[in-house]
Design a protein around this ligand. Structure first.
Ligand code: MG
Length: 297
C-alpha cells in the first residue's frame, strides 16, 4: 500500500517531482522502489531530497515501475494451504473443533465446573437451570460455525420460545452476561421485537432477513466476529464488528457492535482482555447444538 501510494505521488509528479523534506525519508523510499541513497535538488529556493543516486536513475526506475506488469504483483505473504471441508458445514483443516459430537471436554460452566448439558448422539442440549457453558479456550477475532435446533415441541412464544444465544468474548470473571450476543431463538412464525429475533445482535441490530427454519430442524450460523480493541488505559480504540450467515443467508453485514449485551439499558463498552471464551446461553429452553468449530483470525 505504501509502495503504491508513493509510486503514485512520484509518477503523477514525474515532470515536477516535489521530493521529501528530509533525506531519511528519501532513503527509506529508495529501498521501497528498488534503488539506494538520495540526491538533493533545489526547487524554488527550497532543498528537497529524492530517492536514488540521481534524477536519471529515479526516472528510469519510475518508468520501469509504470510499465512492468509485475509492479502490481504481490507475492508476500503467500496464503497458506487449507483443506476445505466437503460441505459448508465441515470443519476445514485449520479449524479448532469445539464439539465434534462425542464429548463436552472443551466446555465448562462459568464457575469452572465441567459442562454437564445433556449429551446425545452427535449433539448436546441445554440443561435448564444448569447455567450457560463457555469454551475453555479464549478467542478474539474469529470465524465460528455452529449448528442449532430449537425444540419441536412449542411451549411458549416470543422470547420464551427456543431462546439461547452465542456470545463472543464472555468474561468469566464478571457476573451476568458480559459478551456480545448473536441471538438464538425459534423465529419461525414467532414474532418478537426485531432486534431480539434469531440472528439479531441482541437488542442492537435487526437481521437483514428472517432465514429461520422450522423448530425441530437443524440450522447453521456462520459468524465472522472482529474483536474490539482497547487502549492500555481502557479506552475503546476500535469497536467490534460482526457478519452473520444464517442457513447460508447473509443476515448481518459487517455491523458495528455497540457494546456488550444488555437486557435493560443501552449498550456500552467495557474494557476486557483481547481474548475471552465463547459462551452458549442457558435460557431455560431445550435448544440443541452440534458441529461447532472456530478459526482464529
Ligand atoms: Mg438469548
Amino acid at each position: 500500500m505504501i509502495t503504491f501510494i508513493i509510486s503514485l505521488i512520484l509518477i503523477t509528479n514525474q515532470n515536477d517531482l516535489k521530493g521529501f523534506e528530509n533525506k531519511e525519508t528519501a532513503e527509506y523510499y529508495a529501498k521501497i522502489i528498488g534503488c539506494e541513497g538520495y540526491f538533493e535538488s533545489n526547487i524554488n529556493g527550497s532543498t528537497y531530497f529524492f530517492p536514488c543516486q540521481n534524477k536519471d536513475e529515479l526516472q528510469a526506475i519510475m518508468q520501469r515501475r509504470e510499465i512492468e506488469p509485475k509492479v502490481t504483483e504481490l507475492w508476500d505473504p503467500e496464503p497458506k494451504v487449507v483443506d476445505p471441508g466437503n460441505s459448508l458445514s465441515d470443519a476445514p483443516s485449520d479449524a479448532i473443533v469445539l464439539f465434534d459430537g462425542s464429548n463436552l471436554n472443551n466446555w465448562i460452566h462459568k464457575d469452572g465446573e465441567p459442562a454437564n448439558w445433556d449429551l446425545n448422539e452427535g449433539y448436546f442440549t441445554v440443561k435448564p437451570g444448569s447455567g450457560s457453558i463457555l469454551t475453555k479456550q479464549s478467542f478474539g477475532s474469529c470465524q465460528l460455525h455452529i449448528e442449532f435446533m430449537t425444540p419441536s415441541v412449542i411451549v411458549s412464544e416470543g422470547q420464551g420460545r427456543g431462546n439461547s444465544g452465542v456470545y463472543f468474548m464472555e468474561d468469566p470473571d464478571r457476573p451476568g452476561d458480559t459478551g456480545y450476543e448473536i441471538q438464538v431463538l425459534d423465529s419461525y412464525n414467532n414474532r418478537t421485537y426485531s432486534n431480539g429475533q434469531a440472528g439479531s445482535v441482541y437488542k442492537q441490530h435487526i437481521p437483514l432477513v428472517n432465514a429461520s427454519r422450522k423448530p425441530g430442524e437443524w440450522q447453521t450460523y456462520d459468524i465472522i466476529f472482529k474483536a474490539p480493541v482497547f487502549s492500555e488505559s481502557g479506552n475503546l480504540e476500535s469497536p467490534a464488528y460482526v457478519t452473520v450467515f444464517h442457513n447460508g443467508v447473509l443476515i448481518q453485514n459487517n455491523v458495528q457492535i455497540q457494546g456488550y449485551v444488555k437486557f435493560i439499558g443501552y449498550p456500552e463498552y467495557r474494557a476486557h482482555p483481547s481474548k475471552l471464551p465463547i459462551k452458549l446461553q442457558d435460557h431455560s429452553n431445550l435448544v440443541s447444538y452440534r458441529n461447532i468449530w472456530v478459526r482464529e483470525l
